[in-house]
Design a protein around this ligand. Structure first.
Ligand SMILES: [Cu+2]
Length: 165
């Protein structure tokens, strides 16, 4: 009886150890809190109390095309940028700053749900003839993207590249 009980405890302890090892093994490289805290690919939301460099990005439509100007920017790691987004067109436009992969996934979601609204610090939607601001700190080197994911706009040319080095 006694030895049977000890065996049961031993089994329970063993499975706890196994569970601990399993979760440890599963952890590296995985964003463990991906669902509870948004981890941004391109850096982090800026701090309004810290200095920043202003960068104006114009959004417009032309014949059969839509664009950002400039559409390629180079930033130093650690720099904080105040993007001033000016919509000079006749339609709503977005500016979403993320990795190419995240923007590609997000674009698919927008195609399924075109009325999707965003309220995230890495982006803004700008009405025609209006402007908006995004304050962002680039904390890691790499190539990122800003894009308008309103269906059809990306294909019409509304994308830009951010190189952080
Ligand atoms: Cu657009």
């Amino acid at each position: 009886m006694m030895s049977q009980r000890i065996t049961m405890i031993g089994l329970a302890a063993g499975s706890l150890v196994a569970a601990a090892i399993f979760s440890y093994v599963a952890a590296p490289g995985q964003p463990a809190h991906a669902h509870s805290a948004h981890v941004f690919a391109a850096g982090e939301p800026g701090d309004p109390k810290k200095p920043n460099r202003v960068m104006t990005i114009e959004m417009r439509e032309g014949t059969g095309q839509m664009s950002y100007s400039p559409d390629k920017i180079v930033i130093s790691v650690g720099e904080q940028i105040r993007f001033v987004l000016k919509n000079l067109g006749e339609l709503d436009h977005e500016f979403l700053l993320d990795s190419l992969e995240n923007n590609a996934k997000h674009k698919v979601e927008m195609e399924k749900n075109p009325t999707m609204e965003h309220d995230e610090p890495n982006g803004a939607r700008v009405k025609p003839k209006k402007s908006a601001e995004v304050l962002w700190r680039f904390t890691k080197p790499g190539t990122f993207e800003f894009a308008c994911l309103i269906p059809g706009h990306y294909e019409a040319g509304m994308k830009g590249v951010v190189v952080v080095r």
